[in-house]
Design a protein around this ligand. Structure first.
Ligand code: ATP
Ligand code: MG
Length: 502
């Protein structure tokens, strides 16, 4: 296997902060190189340097036989490097086909004038989409696609124009099991064709399945590179987190069945995606919702939250009947919702970390959504500092803009924001998407503490091990309603899946 691209002794500083320190890393043809590290370790930054998005502060980049101090996005692209971003970058109001060709529209000359070569576009689009097994009409708008379909379009976009190196930054974070298998088939065929693939993921069980080599970054340093098939995952976790992790299963011994915190009775949404749902949530309980992607669990929490109109149903929280018509009503009634899509609905893009964390108490207490006299910058920063410490959020300061945080750290800010709202009912939709293995256990601990304090906790997750390790009881959801409740002690991945599919 020959070297396709490499970085040598790369350093990257943002202001006074060094986020990459003397990194040497190479990508060979025909290999899948897994890149592992905690949230904020520097994985995405390193890949952005290879793609020309960031300029390194020191070191060099080798593309084929040529060595550069820095590369432009065009140089990187022309060499054949494609980066599939951690956050979806498709544009909703363009068609699938148009998205595939952003920055690389094929042209032809007609009487000396360059025009878009629609025929070539259609052929290339068809090829790239068929490589990822995508069947929808390429003329429809991306807006109409689910998150996982958007992710497929992102991958197809990277396959246009015969790439040499494909970098996938958490590509499976919103794919279901079948879609992950499909992606692995695509990656295997890329590898057989001699491409180099960099694969970033927090799903550790994927490492030996898809990887050939694995490199670990910690705090901007390269810890080492090992064989991905034979190196035990525990060893890698230790290199990445610096400690052993303990796993415990909740017993649910603090659940008080005589005290109901939250009750949903015969809830139906106007669009019928929620189709007659009833359940009770007890004091001290964490209730999980399992189901296949598309079963309608996100629609359920959105309807409870007033983000989706309902046609009937009663909600009771702490013995009070609720009248919720929009999310502001829900927030004021003491309900929190961590949504599935962090970039679109998770945070305020132009706010700093402290402002994002402290916005909800203002919304809750002020008559208007936000009134100027209610702003208290000192309190805002203090609250930001508290959550930065308790959730171990990595940022240069709480005044850093949230868009400059790593993906996992943005997710922690979103969780902090809702914890700060001091709600009675917390609903988490895929709460640990993109969160590293060490931080996950910290978040599970926080959920348990909240439940022990008497707050109602609902967790929607596609990760069955996550549901099994945090929830006291699991509601299996299918076709817009609950088909079965399974107590944690009786739950296994097999019986949940069976109940979710039949
Ligand atoms: N444009 C920027 N300005 C300032 N700091 C930045 C910028 N981009 C990244 N950083 C910082 O660099 C560090 C590394 O971030 P990076 O996104 O590379 O982490 P990561 O390993 O990809 O983490 P995750 O698993 O959470 O995605 C973080 O502390 C982040 O705040
Ligand atoms: Mg990242």
């Amino acid at each position: 296997m020959s070297q396709l691209v490499a970085v040598k002794n790369i350093t990257k500083k943002f202001g006074a902060i060094t986020v990459l320190n003397n990194i040497t890393f190479e990508i060979l043809s025909g290999e899948v190189h897994v890149l592992l590290g905690e949230n904020g370790a520097g994985k995405s930054t390193l890949m952005k340097i290879l793609s020309g998005i960031y300029k390194p502060t020191g070191g060099e980049i080798q593309l084929g036989k040529n060595t550069f101090k820095e590369v432009t996005t065009n140089q990187s692209r022309d060499f054949g490097i494609r980066l599939i971003y951690q956050e979806l970058s498709v544009i909703n109001n363009l068609s699938i086909e148009e998205n595939l060709f952003i920055g690389s529209i094929p042209t032809k000359k007609i009487m000396g004038v360059s025009v878009v070569d629609r025929k070539k576009m259609a052929i290339k689009a068809k090829h790239a989409l068929s490589c990822v097994g995508f069947k929808k009409n390429p003329k429809i708008l991306v807006h109409e696609l689910s998150i996982s379909e958007k992710q497929q379009v992102e991958i197809a976009k990277a396959l246009i124009d015969e790439p040499k190196v494909i970098i996938m930054d958490e590509p499976t974070s919103s794919l279901n099991d079948d879609e992950v298998l499909n992606l692995f088939n695509i990656i295997n065929s890329l590898r057989s064709a001699g491409l180099g693939v960099v694969y970033i993921s927090h799903k550790l069980k994927e490492i030996p399945i898809i990887g050939d080599r694995v490199s670990v970054l910690k705090d901007g340093h390269h810890v080492g590179t090992w064989d991905a098939k034979t190196t035990p995952v525990e060893f890698l976790v230790n290199k990445m987190v610096g400690r052993e992790l303990t796993h415990s299963r909740p017993i649910g011994d603090k659940v008080d069945r005589s005290s109901i915190i939250f009750e949903v009775d015969s809830l139906i949404s106007k669009d019928k995606f929620v189709n007659d749902v009833s359940f009770k949530l007890y004091k001290g309980e964490i209730l999980g919702f399992a189901g296949l992607v598309g079963a309608g669990r996100s629609e359920l929490v959105e309807t409870i939250f007033g983000a989706r109109p309902k046609s009937q149903g009663n909600l009771t929280l702490s013995n009070k009947k609720l009248d919720i018509n929009n999310p502001t009503d829900a927030i004021r009634a003491g309900i929190a919702l961590v949504t599935e899509d962090r970039r679109e609905t998770g945070f305020f893009h132009n706010f700093n970390v402290a402002q994002n964390i402290s916005i909800l108490p203002f919304i809750k207490s002020s008559k208007y959504a936000l009134s100027l006299e209610s702003l208290d910058f000192k309190a805002e920063n203090k609250m930001g500092e508290e959550y930065k410490n308790s959730l171990n959020i990595r940022c240069s300061s709480v005044k850093q803009n949230i868009v400059h945080l790593s993906g996992g750290n943005q997710q922690k800010v979103i969780i902090a924001k809702w914890l700060a709202a001091d709600s009675d009912l917390f609903m988490f939709d895929e709460p640990t998407r993109g969160i590293d293995v060490g931080a996950k256990s910290e978040i599970y601990q926080i959920l348990r503490e909240q439940a022990d304090k008497g707050r109602g906790i609902i967790v929607v997750s596609s990760e069955l091990p996550e549901l099994l390790s945090v929830c006291d009881r699991i509601a299996v959801y299918r076709g817009g309603h609950i088909v079965e409740f399974i107590e944690n002690k009786d739950a296994t991945e097999e019986n949940i899946l069976k109940s979710a599919t039949i």
